[in-house]
Design a protein around this ligand. Structure first.
Ligand code: COA
Length: 153
């Protein structure tokens, strides 16, 4: 497995990984393309010999980084791909001397919350009814924060 820095050339594979990783509405290739043109946007694609395994996309702004999306295809889970993507993305933020990382995660997403906690993220807030799950209703999001100036977990 290798991590490839997200560029326009990786958008098709990132859209595939996103669609495979998420049950909900996935982001199209052209949406990734537009996002990557945005200020402070960066990310990585996890690739196994041409097979997309997962992706991460982040946005740096005002001394912070926000994780916009992280997804790993079901077949590739629990093999350290998500952790590797997070570590690579946080390393970029630390190199840029950003102070904090933030992300939102559904309150019932125990696996992702465990992954973020492993990296040192702590709960810092709650956004009520943040995720629209259609007929299943709305789900709250936890806001999680990591102090990037502290030693890496
Ligand atoms: C959450 C997600 C990105 C994790 O990716 P992954 O590659 O499977 O995670 P890793 O293998 O790197 O896991 C690292 C650690 O995180 C924790 N973890 C990850 N998934 C877990 C799960 N389903 N249940 C419990 N702990 C989990 C474990 O501590 C794990 O270490 P271990 O396998 O040695 O026990 C992946 O399950 C996914 O894409 N889910 C759907 C999309 C999603 O929820 N994205 C996050 C939105 S905020």
């Amino acid at each position: 497995m290798k991590l490839i820095r997200a560029t326009a050339a990786a958008c098709e594979a990132m859209a595939y990984a996103h669609a495979t990783a998420f049950d909900e509405k996935s982001w199209r290739e052209d949406e990734f393309d537009d996002l990557l043109d945005g200020a402070g946007i960066y990310g990585f694609l996890a690739d196994d010999d041409g097979q997309p395994l997962g992706l991460i996309l982040c946005r740096m702004a005002a001394g912070e980084v926000e994780v916009l999306t992280l997804g790993v295809t079901p077949q590739a889970r629990r093999r350290g791909v998500g952790l590797a993507l997070m570590i690579a993305a946080l390393e970029v933020a630390r190199e840029a001397r950003l102070a904090e990382a933030f992300l939102e995660v559904a309150v019932d997403n125990d696996g992702a919350i465990a992954l973020y906690a492993m990296l040192g993220f702590e709960k810092s807030g709650l956004r009520k009814a943040y995720y629209d799950r259609g007929p299943a209703g709305f789900t709250d999001a936890l806001v999680m924060r990591l102090d990037l100036t502290a030693a890496a977990a």
